[in-house]
Design a protein around this ligand. Structure first.
Ligand SMILES: NC(=O)c1ccc[n+]([C@@H]2O[C@H](COP(=O)([O-])OP(=O)(O)OC[C@H]3O[C@@H](n4cnc5c(N)ncnc54)[C@H](OP(=O)(O)O)[C@@H]3O)[C@@H](O)[C@H]2O)c1
Length: 260
């Protein structure tokens, strides 16, 4: 199979970074499986990419917060006879609020989507990749994962998990022919800001990156098999500083940048 005739599966492809990833894969001639809940959006993105790039695009409407959903996504690909060479675990969400003000169902759904499904997808899709010694996984973590985040406590913790898990898996699989790349965006202009409420906070107002720029950098890092990419100089400095600053100080800084 030529490098240009492979298939990428992208979760959360109906907006933001996921949509930008879809465009980069399409430009390079890869087939696509686009997954999210808003099927109407996926269908119109798919129609556009089929016309512009002449590629095969399948869409799957799925709520990735559901237990066991990864196996269903895998079965869907199998039913279409598609071998997934690129897996982009991108779907995710967060909220800004006091932890006790939100229903636990929101936190549970977030942990299912941001953490459990990402792990399960990595397992079901990495197994055949390792068998054939070929494949690339891109996990979208966050600079939020480098410190605890009061008023986004569950989200920051979920991204700390993604960051840690992805780098560990990258190391474990380093001789398998399968690469795992962790992308850590900082504030980025997508629907995430409005959905979470983070766009009204000083951290976002200090400057957010374009989704296209972040996705391009992550896409290129994945294609090179890099272990980790932190997007933008400001975010790289913040990540290094977080590693050298005690948590009692970091907690106060995040509260100021992100808090209520
Ligand atoms: N934007 C930022 O500032 C920023 C910074 C760091 C990291 N990130 C991470 O980047 C990733 C992409 O987010 P984004 O910024 O591009 O935000 P976005 O525009 O809100 O996109 C999120 C995507 O996830 C999908 N999604 C949400 N819940 C889902 C569910 N239950 N089942 C299936 N799909 C679901 C959404 O589609 P449907 O609603 O159609 O299902 C959408 O396609 C996330 O993991 C986010 O945590 C974002």
């Amino acid at each position: 199979m030529s490098e240009n005739k492979k298939t990428a599966l992208i979760t959360g492809a109906s907006s933001g970074l996921g949509l930008e990833f879809a465009k980069f894969f399409a430009q390079d001639g890869h087939s696509l499986v686009l997954v999210a809940r808003r099927v109407d959006r996926l269908e119109s993105i798919a129609a556009d990419l089929r016309i512009r790039f002449g590629i095969q695009v399948e869409t799957l409407g799925a709520d990735l917060e559901q237990a066991g959903i990864s196996q269903k996504v895998f079965e869907f690909c199998k039913s279409k006879n598609l071998q997934i060479e690129f897996l982009v675990n991108n779907a995710g969400f967060g909220y800004v609020n006091e932890f006790l003000q939100e229903d636990i169902a929101l936190d549970r759904g977030m942990m299912m989507l941001n953490v459990v499904t990402l792990v399960e997808m990595s397992k079901v899709f990495a197994e055949p990749m390792v068998k054939r010694k070929s494949g690339r996984i891109l996990n979208i973590g966050s600079t939020a994962g480098f410190q605890p985040g009061p008023f986004m406590a569950t989200y920051y913790a979920s991204k700390a998990f993604v960051n840690s898990f992805s780098e560990a898996l990258s190391h474990e699989l380093r001789k398998s022919g399968v690469t795992v790349t962790l992308s850590c965006p900082g504030p980025t202009r997508t629907e995430f800001g409005a959905r979470s409420g983070a766009d009204k906070k000083p951290l976002f107002k200090m400057g957010a990156s374009s989704a296209e720029d972040v996705a391009r950098e992550a896409y290129q890092a994945m294609m090179k098999g890099e272990r980790r990419v932190i997007h933008g100089m400001q975010n790289r400095i913040a990540a290094i500083s977080a590693g050298m600053t005690p948590n009692f100080i970091l907690l106060k800084i995040v509260e100021k940048l992100q808090g209520l």
